[in-house]
Design a protein around this ligand. Structure first.
Ligand code: CA
Length: 709
């Protein structure tokens, strides 16, 4: 009996060892198989066939292409790289069963002679990227395809090329470059079944999935690149795609991305990046200088229905548990479901990026601003030639999502929605390439992740303004004060500049009228356009145009088409005039309201308690929320509540009419260590005094909260 048991255990042991050995080897097989699938899915079969048909006659016996200059060293569109791209296509065609070149011996002979020729010539570019990333990646892809599909290939040539692939310093590179170099290291590791190399490659590939105060993913879950510059889509999207790609390859193996890092990556995708998309279109603030590229705001390109190996497809593969959430986003982007579908209310202020996201099922209202801590915006590679004023409090107000889609060539660029600026006759070009820092420190936001307020102490181009936004459910209140300038132009604050859609209605002096092509008003009560209401609590010099505007993509991006573009634009702005002295503005944006509701809804729950250069405060009586910007130490008092602070800061009070109000406080300057605050209210019948120690280091500027008991 005992012997039998020992026998069984021995047998199990032998099986275990055999299994582990097999399993250990299989890890590389599994990864290679996923890379193989990925590469095969990159190109459509008919495109593959037609390009090979075109290029095949140019391939000479010695393995070179007649039309390629192999001695070229130019930086971009480097001709020798084309050689590897063609060999890559040949290899794909040779291993894809459905392709007409599948298993054709002369094709394999071509690949081998082509690779031999490359090895002998060893072309080199004066651009490090070609040598350290483009070439080893292309070689690695070819070798993976040959290796995984068990193609009979000279071992000596393979080993020589693997050696040639050892380019680039993965440790010294950052962001996408690091991931790219790590990726070709990973190719080598797969082919040579080198566990140590694989571990190093993955450690480096996944290194950017960690918080940094330099370029990359920030502690507030924003993404900054090219200095501390807002790039949540643009470079942030490249980061997401690169990481999910590698994560999906190694998923389910011993090399898999750690659960902690996967959580960070998913959080960035779901709570930052995807929230900047409304319906099918992304916030124009998130694309960096890419704002000047046509179709960039259309995010169909990240969905599975658009391309193989799409961002959202890879994210699903890497984290199958997020399939539901990702499919909901895809349904909105693909316009199968309404933009409001499964959208939950949320509010985020990114204190590292000076950017605010306010999301409701009926709308998105996001604000971009800037400070000495961040970079304004950039012009570079002849892109974004006119985006100079983009960060000056631009408001992205979306309902359908398409409000600003491809409008940029015909925008008037000193009237970007939300900003305060000089009104020039001609749009002003950027003069400094690759961005400059903002001015001032008092830029920030207070937030409880549902409601919040944001502030931008604006000072640029000899114009100053205290700009603040107060975010609730139904509406966003926008205030400006201390507007000053000695410039010779009119100073204007633009409320919106979007595609004209349907009629524009104006209500003033108790009369309703329809705005035709142009209108100037001194006492507007409200304006309505495209299901968005704009209320004006104070008298104001308001200008509206509903006119055709003209431009071209080349006007804002020298690499793009010169073809003339025109379209009708709804544009509305306050004219503060020339040489304003402490001018102010106030408007309430109410997205998702019908023309009929406008007649009834007077925004009575909104009380603007202060709008000066020292204090701005708004109370929402329906929600029992009070939001205050203290530009200086001071007091805010109304019939219900009194708030005293001994430092400049922002305060939000919820549940004002209870004995237990909830207090949220943030320091926009990110420099304070502590604040003394006292709250007293009619219902509390006492004064609650506290010394608050503020969040520091990477969390300076974030919100701290407490409840008065
Ligand atoms: Ca202008």
């Amino acid at each position: 009996m005992r012997k039998a048991i020992i026998k069984i255990f021995t047998l199990i042991g032998v099986f275990m060892i055999a299994f582990c050995k097999l399993y250990g080897q299989d890890e590389f097989q599994i990864i290679q198989s996923k890379i193989d699938d990925h590469l095969k899915a990159e190109v459509k079969n008919d495109l593959l066939t037609s390009s090979i048909a075109a290029d095949w006659p140019r391939l000479q016996k010695e393995g070179s292409y007649a039309d390629i200059n192999y001695s070229s060293t130019i930086e971009t569109a480097w001709p020798p790289l084309l050689h590897l791209k063609r060999l890559n296509y040949l290899t794909l065609a040779y291993v894809i069963k459905e392709n007409k070149y599948f298993n054709q011996q002369e094709v394999l002979a071509g690949i081998i002679s082509g690779l031999r020729y490359w090895y002998a010539q060893n072309p080199s570019s004066s651009n490090w990227f070609q040598n350290d990333i483009a070439v080893p990646t292309a070689l690695g892809e070819i070798l993976i395809l040959l290796n995984h599909n068990k193609i009979n290939f000279p071992v000596f040539l393979q080993d020589s090329l693997l050696q040639r692939m050892q380019q680039g310093n993965v440790y010294k590179s950052i962001g996408a470059n690091k991931v790219d170099i790590a990726t070709h290291m990973l190719y080598r590791a797969c082919i040579t079944k080198d566990k140590t190399l694989m571990a190093t490659a993955l450690e480096q590939a996944f290194y950017p999935i960690s918080f940094t105060s330099k370029q990359g993913l920030q502690y507030d879950y924003s993404y900054l690149q090219h200095g501390p510059q807002l790039q949540i889509a643009s470079y942030g999207e490249v980061f997401l795609k690169g990481e999910y790609k590698v994560a999906s390859w190694v998923q389910g193996t011993i090399f898999a991305l750690s659960a902690d890092k996967l959580k960070i990556l998913n959080n960035y995708l779901i709570n930052s990046y995807l929230k900047t998309i409304r319906g099918r279109y992304i916030d124009f603030n998130t694309e960096g200088r890419g704002i000047s590229r046509n179709d960039i705001l259309d995010k169909k390109s990240i969905t599975e229905s658009s391309v193989n190996n799409s961002l959202l497809g890879l994210a699903k593969k890497a984290s199958p548990e997020n399939t539901g959430l990702i499919n909901e986003a895809q349904d909105r982007i693909n316009q199968i479901k309404a933009p409001s579908y499964k959208i939950l209310p949320s509010h985020t202020h990114f204190w590292k990026a000076d950017y605010t996201l306010h999301t409701r099922p009926t709308y998105s209202f996001n604000v971009r601003s800037v400070s000495k801590r961040t970079v304004r915006a950039e012009v570079g590679n002849n892109e974004n030639l006119l985006g100079k004023f983009l960060p000056d409090g631009s408001t992205n107000i979306q309902r359908s999502g398409a409000e600003y889609f491809n409008i940029m060539p015909i925008w008037e660029w000193d009237k970007i929605p939300g900003i305060t600026s000089r009104d020039y006759q001609e749009d002003q070009p950027f003069t400094i390439e690759w961005g400059e820092r903002g001015v001032g420190y008092f830029t920030g936001g207070v937030s409880d992740s549902l409601y919040g307020a944001s502030v931008y102490d604006f000072n640029y181009n000899e114009v100053t303004a205290k700009k603040a936004w107060f975010f609730f459910d139904k509406q966003v209140v926008c205030l400006g004060a201390g507007i000053n300038s000695f410039a010779t132009q009119n100073i204007v604050t633009t409320i919106n500049q979007s595609w004209l859609k349907g009629k524009v209605l104006a209500y003033a002096d108790e009369k309703l009228s329809r705005v035709k092509s142009k209108k100037s008003m001194n006492n507007p009560s409200w304006i309505w356009h495209d299901s968005i209401g704009y209320y004006f609590p104070d008298s104001a010099q308001l200008q509206i145009t509903n006119q055709k505007q003209k431009g071209s993509w080349a006007k804002i991006n020298a690499n793009r088409s010169k073809e003339a573009i025109e379209g009708k634009v709804f544009k509305m702005w306050f004219n503060h005039g020339v040489d304003p002295a402490d001018a102010t503005y106030a408007y309430i944006v109410r997205p998702g309201i019908s023309q009929q509701e406008m007649q009834i809804d007077k925004q009575q729950e909104i009380k603007i308690l202060a709008n000066s250069k020292t204090l701005q405060a708004v109370k929402n009586e329906a929600l029992n929320i009070l939001q205050v910007v203290f530009y200086e130490a001071g007091v805010l008092s109304d019939e219900d509540i009194t708030i005293k602070v001994d430092q400049p800061c922002m305060v939000m009070v919820k549940n004002i009419d209870t004995k237990n109000p909830e207090i949220h406080l943030a320091d926009p300057t990110q420099k304070l260590k502590e604040v003394n605050i006292s709250i007293s209210s009619k219902i509390m019948k006492r004064e609650d005094k506290r010394l608050l120690v503020l969040p520091k280091d990477n969390f300076a500027g974030s919100t701290m909260s407490y409840i008065i008991n």
